[in-house]
Ligand binder design. Structure first.
Ligand SMILES: [Zn+2]
Length: 136
């Protein structure tokens, strides 16, 4: 099961991405993820390169996010954050170009996103997936 959230919430993160005072969540425009699942121990690690927009002030950011998940819950660590200065049409064009540059194993359609599975490997209890998704 691929993890493709529509929003990321500030309350979940170890640090705020947008500095505006009312920022609560970010809408994901683009996300490239590497996921390792351990089926036996029910753990998951997802490393993502994300482009998301603050739902309050509309500022757009590109950042790394490490998501660790186990039976005790979820932990989100924000890595390097870059503010994106381009306007939305330019951002969207770059996202589409990125998205199209990946070779595809399969395409998954959902309500909010176009999702491309790039890699899907299984080694014993370990399942490795690489995928990219972008907002429609
Ligand atoms: Zn903001």
């Amino acid at each position: 099961m691929l993890y493709t959230p529509k929003y990321i919430y500030n309350d979940d993160l170890d640090k705020k991405i947008c500095k505006c005072s009312e920022c609560k969540k970010y809408r994901i425009l683009y996300c490239h993820s590497n996921m390792i699942e351990n089926k036996k121990e029910y753990t998951k690690e997802i490393n993502s390169d994300i482009i998301a927009v603050c739902s309050k002030c509309g500022s757009t950011y590109r950042f790394n996010l490490k998501h660790l998940s186990n039976i005790n819950g979820d932990n989100y660590e924000v890595g390097r954050v870059n503010f994106i200065e381009e306007k939305y049409p330019q951002i969207k064009e770059n996202i589409t170009k990125n998205y199209n540059s990946y070779d595809v194993v399969s395409i998954i359609k959902s309500e909010n996103f176009l999702t491309k599975l790039i890699k899907d490997d299984r080694d014993g209890d370990l399942k490795t997936s690489e995928y990219v998704f972008m907002e429609k």
